[in-house]
Design a protein around this ligand. Structure first.
Ligand code: PEP
Length: 254
């Protein structure tokens, strides 16, 4: 079975709800008919307006974070059920900015992922090694640990219900990109880790995206690799035309 080709734009802490609506209006005509599934991870306050604009289009709106509890006395936090009601269909979990700026532990990411599955919002699990870990030759060890800890004890009925994003921390927002060969090697390894957990057949159905300074001029080569099933785009997704250019590169792939 062919895996879905997916492009996710991660807006980080940019764009008000009005800016979100303008952006989507600009993006939609440019991506019409493209075979990629397009997702936008927008700030919480933009989810409802973005989802309203995306309605009936092949565009999914999601969040960049959530709390691991169903609800509770957690001032300033947001729950999966709230995101869903606002119109989010997916949530990024374990993004390196959450791990490294906000100190999210592997255990917390595991609990968030379990909550996302329980409350029926699709998790996009982000994993990746830091520059230090990369230079020490520890990429595989880090990826294995992050994947296994996040997916520990996932109930059978949810096996494979996720998108995985390999995002080397040294490539996020730095302008440095993994070469297609480096990225392919990491993706193939991630798929092996998924196969150990879910079996080869299920692992073969999970889309694994690459993220880290993806731009229109490097997207095509990355997308041509056999285990790269799409891209997660941060900075370059802030401009609708640039994201549309990246999405165009999914044509003719596979
Ligand atoms: C990201 O935010 O996940 C990301 C990959 O950012 P950038 O494309 O800016 O490196």
């Amino acid at each position: 079975m062919a895996r879905d080709l997916i492009v996710i734009g991660n807006w980080k802490m940019y764009k008000t709800s009005r800016e979100a609506a303008d952006y989507i209006e600009q993006l939609l005509p440019k991506i019409e008919g493209n075979k990629a599934r397009v997702f936008l991870a927008v700030p919480f306050t933009s989810i409802a307006s973005a989802a309203a604009c995306a309605k009936q289009a092949k565009l999914e709106i999601g969040a960049q974070n959530m709390n691991d509890a169903r609800d509770g006395a957690f001032t300033g936090e947001i729950a999966a059920l709230m995101l869903k009601e606002a119109g989010a269909t997916f949530v990024l979990l374990g993004h390196s900015e959450r791990r490294h700026i906000f100190g999210e532990s592997e255990d917390l990411i595991h609990r968030k992922l379990a909550r996302a599955l329980q409350d029926d919002i699709l998790p996009v699990l982000c994993v990746g090694e830091t520059l230090e870990e990369h230079e020490a030759g520890n990429m595989k060890e880090v990826l294995k640990r992050q994947i296994e800890s996040a997916l520990a004890d996932v109930p059978k009925e949810h096996a494979g219900d996720l998108i995985l994003a390999y995002e080397p921390v040294w490539a996020i927002g730095t302008g440095k990109t993994a070469t297609p060969k480096q990225a392919q090697e990491a993706h193939a390894f991630c798929r092996e880790c998924l196969a150990e957990i879910y079996g080869k057949r299920k692992a073969g159905q999970i889309s694994i995206l690459y993220g880290g300074s993806v731009k229109p001029d490097n997207a095509k080569k990355l997308l041509s690799e056999k285990d790269i099933d799409g891209v997660l785009v941060g900075g370059a997704s802030l401009d609708a035309d640039t994201l549309a250019d990246i999405i165009q590169h999914c044509e003719g792939i596979r």
